[in-house]
Unconditional design. Structure first.
Length: 557
């Protein structure tokens, strides 16, 4: 953070005064401790703060912290560290860590989006020797991020020069991955018209090129697609037929696993013998567990399993021992007799859902159905999800399942009528609550309880199972919605059976969107939603190209 002229002048006077009386106390190199009180607090007392002074990108779940130069008297720090909004105190718990010399304020509730806060460390705080390191209160201000934020821009705030799409979001909403052909997002040079995978840090603004080699400096030499992010933001999986990342020798689409902590990158879609995927359609649609151990993907490569199926199947790769397990097989260990795809997985890799038109998994019809597998169970069991509460099968194909982290709730879309509230004849979003085997309509009109008047699809459930995001053409899910535009909606499941649905793709201007918004993803806690659209939702979106946005979920209490 730059220091103002006034602050530099005050600091020079202070240092001169110290030198006059032979007290050597100079600014520590690299100190990130700009203060809103004109720099009157000695810079040696507080060496770092978070969120940064004058920043405007803090998450609503952020803690406020300060690092001291010297070991402090924790009791005085905890009583002297406060947070305010418009001079009103914010309820928060203060703590002090002796080993790191860090004071932390944990707000009792979420902060408010797009709002300025003031953090204060009182001059009454003392170090362990009873000295007072601050001559005046140490104060800094910071802002929370706006309700709607443009994600696809570089560290300097310049909007992506090309189309961006297919985003995924981490647990907190801080990190978002997406694909783009833009060449101006990261510092690494990329080739024009080549699709790459990027990860955006919405707090720091940093953008990393994910589809790169282990140095992080060389781009993949072919297109990269379909990224998925671990909820801790560390691991990314994507598909590409690039051959300069980890020895892809057959030109097939492979699943790559990138560890953004150390930049390592490996082909995850290898057989147990280490041979890269050689299926006719390549490997695709991957998911990754939070520890990077389990990779879920689909392929028609018969060599992936001893069951020797050349039909597209769902596989789980264990990176710790290179084993590969076919998930889309029956309880009697027979491969699904028709294609399976679009699998999803819980953060720990335990709960898996997928769609399949196989008839031998549970004895279902040949329509595309949704299935669930608990891979930690002693016996491999496949549970059909696309059923009514009474147990009747869906009479139309079911698509795009998503599972909560505890495996209890699964959402998907279908034209079939699985709930008596579904009266529209459109594709709707349904929820299956496994413990009670209950199926419930999600995309419902809050006033009537009936299905919306337009198609709803592409549902994603938050890891905590409290929120469902989906896209819909319906105009009667919220008041005053225009017909014919695909919007992004969130339903709050924590207030069931009440129907609480909000539209989250609302432009900063206050006007209604006039372009479709697609492919939503939701953070584990349900607070933030990402999606892509050509709509200029924010004033800093300076083009008409498809971009990635992050919105705050206003259905939260």
């Amino acid at each position: 953070m730059k220091t103002t002229s006034k602050s530099r002048y005050a600091r020079i006077k202070l240092i001169a005064a110290f030198l006059t009386v032979s007290i050597i106390s100079l600014v520590q190199p690299g100190c990130n401790c700009s203060s809103s009180n004109g720099g009157t607090a000695p810079p040696t007392a507080v060496t770092d703060v978070s969120p940064l002074s004058n920043s405007v990108t803090a998450l609503v779940t952020t803690d406020v912290s300060a690092v001291f130069k010297d070991e402090m008297d924790g009791a005085t720090v905890e009583s002297g560290f406060t947070l305010t909004i418009n001079s009103a105190p914010v309820s928060a718990t203060a703590s002090y860590n002796e080993s790191t010399k860090t004071a932390t304020l944990t707000p009792a509730a979420d902060l408010v989006s797009n709002t300025e806060y003031r953090a204060t460390i009182a001059s009454t705080v003392k170090d362990i020797n009873g000295n007072s390191p601050l001559t005046t209160d140490y104060i800094w201000t910071f802002g929370t991020s706006p309700v709607m934020q443009l994600v696809s821009k570089n560290l300097n705030g310049v909007t992506s020069f090309d189309r961006d799409q297919n985003a995924d979001i981490d647990a907190t909403g801080r990190y978002i991955v997406f694909e783009s052909e833009a060449t101006n997002l990261a510092t690494v040079a990329t080739t024009l018209n080549r699709s790459h995978i990027y990860r955006k840090d919405t707090v720091s603004g940093e953008v990393l090129l994910v589809s790169s080699d282990s140095s992080g400096l060389v781009e993949a030499n072919n297109h990269a697609y379909n990224p998925s992010l671990s909820t801790n933001g560390r691991y990314v999986v994507f598909q590409s037929n690039a051959d300069n990342l980890d020895g892809n020798t057959n030109g097939n689409e492979q699943i790559y696993l990138k560890d953004l902590e150390n930049n390592s990158i490996v082909i995850a879609s290898r057989t147990a013998d280490g041979v890269p995927d050689n299926g006719g359609s390549g490997a695709s649609n991957a998911r990754v567990s939070d520890d990077g151990r389990y990779i879920l993907f689909q392929t028609s490569d018969a060599a992936m399993s001893a069951l020797n199926s050349s039909i597209v199947q769902i596989y789980l790769k264990d990176m710790s021992n290179a084993s590969v397990e076919m998930i889309s097989r029956s309880g009697s260990n027979v491969a699904g007799n028709a294609a399976s795809g679009n699998a999803d997985m819980s953060a720990d890799g335990k709960h898996i859902v997928f769609e399949s038109s196989a008839t031998n998994l549970t004895g279902s019809t040949s329509l595309n159905h949704i299935y669930y597998v608990d891979v930690s169970a002693t016996t491999h069991t496949v549970e059909q999800i696309s059923l009514t509460t009474a147990g009747a099968e869906a009479t139309a194909k079911c698509n795009q399942p998503s599972v909560s982290d505890d495996g209890s709730m699964i959402v998907y879309d279908t034209v079939a009528t699985l709930d008596g509230s579904d009266t529209g004849g459109f594709s709707d979003v349904y929820l299956r609550y496994r413990p009670l085997q209950v199926t419930k309509l999600v995309s419902a009109n809050p006033n009537t309880g009936s299905s919306g008047n337009g198609a709803s699809s592409y549902a994603r459930i938050s890891g905590d199972a409290n929120q469902v995001v989906f896209e819909s053409l319906a105009s009667d899910l919220v008041t005053g919605d225009a017909a014919g535009i695909k919007d992004i909606f969130v339903r709050n499941l924590s207030v069931l059976p009440a129907i609480k649905i909000e539209r989250v793709n609302n432009p900063e201007s206050g006007a209604e969107a006039t372009s479709d918004s697609d492919r939503p993803a939701i953070s584990k806690d349900g607070r933030y939603v990402s999606f892509d659209s050509e709509e200029p939702y924010t004033v800093d979106d300076t083009d008409t190209l498809r971009d990635i946005f992050r919105a705050f979920n206003t259905t939260l209490p």
